[in-house]
Write a protein that binds this ligand. Structure first.
Ligand SMILES: NC(=O)c1ccc[n+]([C@@H]2O[C@H](COP(=O)([O-])OP(=O)(O)OC[C@H]3O[C@@H](n4cnc5c(N)ncnc54)[C@H](O)[C@@H]3O)[C@@H](O)[C@H]2O)c1
Length: 429
């Protein structure tokens, strides 16, 4: 529009030499290409550029060099909408997709060649971003929506990921403070969590996380009523129960990442001990993701060989203490990483990505994850979520594996359930 006004003004200028020179220059630089190019290519495309380029280019440069609040002083929500797609140049921007390609003759309208997959990650802290980047590198989503409560951090993380587009499988990455951006997600992963304040009780932390979940779960459920909820925030078992209650989803669609990570640590340590590949070790940690977790020694196998019964048959003596120490290392593994680097991120990123792949690609693999465990192994006392080896697929939890537990292991599992239920009962819902 401004360009158009400029042309009109030039028409009204007096006809002395300097103005003639300026007019010639103006014609050569600006007007001539617009006369020639339409002859060579699509008229619509170049006429749009003539009319809109000055304005949209300025907007684009502004968006690169200014913070959101400078562009959209009216509010953070608006500014985050502006940042949801780096390809959008804002209101009135060019729709280059229409102009760039012409349909071939005699063609049907384009149809999707595969099912579109959308994943939401709530919380773009250390864990959320490790999950997001693993999802991107493993090509697990067509669309990734990020939500957090901190506008600048959120926009920064979104742009940082978008700038890697040339090196990654194509994924549309968006971010917003508003949950409408999550609409139509297949899977919503919650990693948002309050951190423990020094001196704060565990229960108080849980109570704070409960309030946080009250602001997260209902909007996710509203915008993606068919999605699967995958909870990562701690204490993961209690918060998975909370998410189940708040969402009112069927239990098969609410899953906690649970001891999938603990079991990976367990497999790594056993593999290290036996000098084999961790992927050849079948071993589960079940129960609470935390101190009362249970190591299922009786079902460990390496390359299909049950380890404990093999050792017994070969009359190889093993110290029970060695086993206890390995389990202790699993439980304390997270604390050690947090002590050393401040947080855990890479292992949980890969752990969650493995769950995402199994669920969205309907792999029907078995993972130890937090599921509604009432009724299994005589667990009673109420609705409780804890980890059991569960088969996962496109509809969430397909079933729980009937793995054999010794009497001691089953009792430990029930104790774990009791510990979680005690915390749950104290929650002011
Ligand atoms: N289940 C597991 O195996 C496992 C492993 C590691 C960490 N975790 C848990 O994951 C959670 C995240 O850990 P982290 O290291 O990423 O923490 P972090 O502090 O780095 O990130 C938390 C993020 O949540 C965001 N947030 C806070 N309130 C929010 C709200 N109301 N809405 C949206 N976002 C909000 C914060 O802004 C922050 O970006 C913690 O609860 C941690 O204990 C779980």
């Amino acid at each position: 529009m401004e360009t158009f006004e400029l042309i009109v003004n030039f028409e009204n200028l007096p006809c002395n030499f300097p103005y003639i020179l300026v007019r010639c220059l103006f014609f050569t630089i600006l007007v001539q290409p617009y006369i020639l190019f339409p002859l060579l290519a699509s008229q619509k495309f170049f006429i749009e550029i003539i009319l809109k380029t000055p304005l949209t280019t300025v907007a684009a440069f502004n968006s690169l060099s200014h913070t959101n609040s400078q562009i959209f002083p009216q509010g953070a929500k608006m500014s985050m909408h502006k940042s949801t797609s780096s390809s959008s140049l804002g209101p009135g921007g060019l729709d280059l997709t229409q102009a760039f390609f012409k349909p071939i003759s005699n063609a049907d309208p384009p149809s999707p060649t595969k099912r579109h997959t959308k994943i939401t990650v709530v919380g773009v802290g250390n864990v959320g971003m490790a999950i997001a980047q693993t999802i991107l590198t493993q090509d697990l989503a067509d669309e990734l929506a990020l939500v957090d409560a901190k506008a600048d951090k959120l926009r920064g993380e979104m742009l940082d990921l978008q700038h890697a587009a040339a090196f990654l499988p194509r994924t549309k990455i968006q971010a917003s403070l508003d949950y409408d951006i999550t609409a139509g997600s297949d899977l919503c992963i919650i990693t948002a969590g309050a951190r423990q304040i020094p001196g704060e009780s565990r229960l108080n932390l849980i109570q704070r996380n409960l309030s946080l979940f009250k602001s997260i779960v209902p909007p996710l459920a509203k915008y993606s009523p068919e999605c699967i909820l995958l909870i990562v925030s701690n204490p993961v078992d209690v918060l998975t129960y909370v998410a189940w209650k708040l969402s009112r989803f069927p239990a098969n669609r609410v899953i906690g990442s649970g001891t999938n990570l603990d079991s990976s640590r367990f497999r790594f340590l056993i593999a290290d001990h036996l000098d084999v590949n961790a992927q050849d070790v079948q071993a589960y940690i079940v129960g609470e993701h935390g101190d009362s977790s249970v190591a299922l020694w009786s079902s460990i196998s390496v390359g299909g060989v049950p380890v404990l019964s093999f050792l017994k048959r070969q009359q190889i003596v093993y110290e029970k203490e060695t086993l206890a120490n390995i389990h202790k290392e699993v439980v304390e593994g997270a604390y050690e990483v947090i002590r050393l680097k401040g947080y855990t991120s890479w292992a949980i990123g890969y752990s969650v990505a493995s769950l995402v792949r199994t669920i969205l690609r309907d792999q029907r693999k078995i993972h130890p994850v937090s599921v509604l465990a009432k009724g299994f192994y005589d667990i009673d006392g109420g609705d409780v979520f804890l980890s059991l080896p569960a088969q996962l697929g496109r509809s969430g939890v397909l079933g729980v594996t009937n793995v054999h537990l010794t009497d001691e292991e089953a009792q430990q599992l029930r104790n774990s359930a009791k510990a979680i239920l005690e915390v749950q009962r104290e929650l002011a819902f």
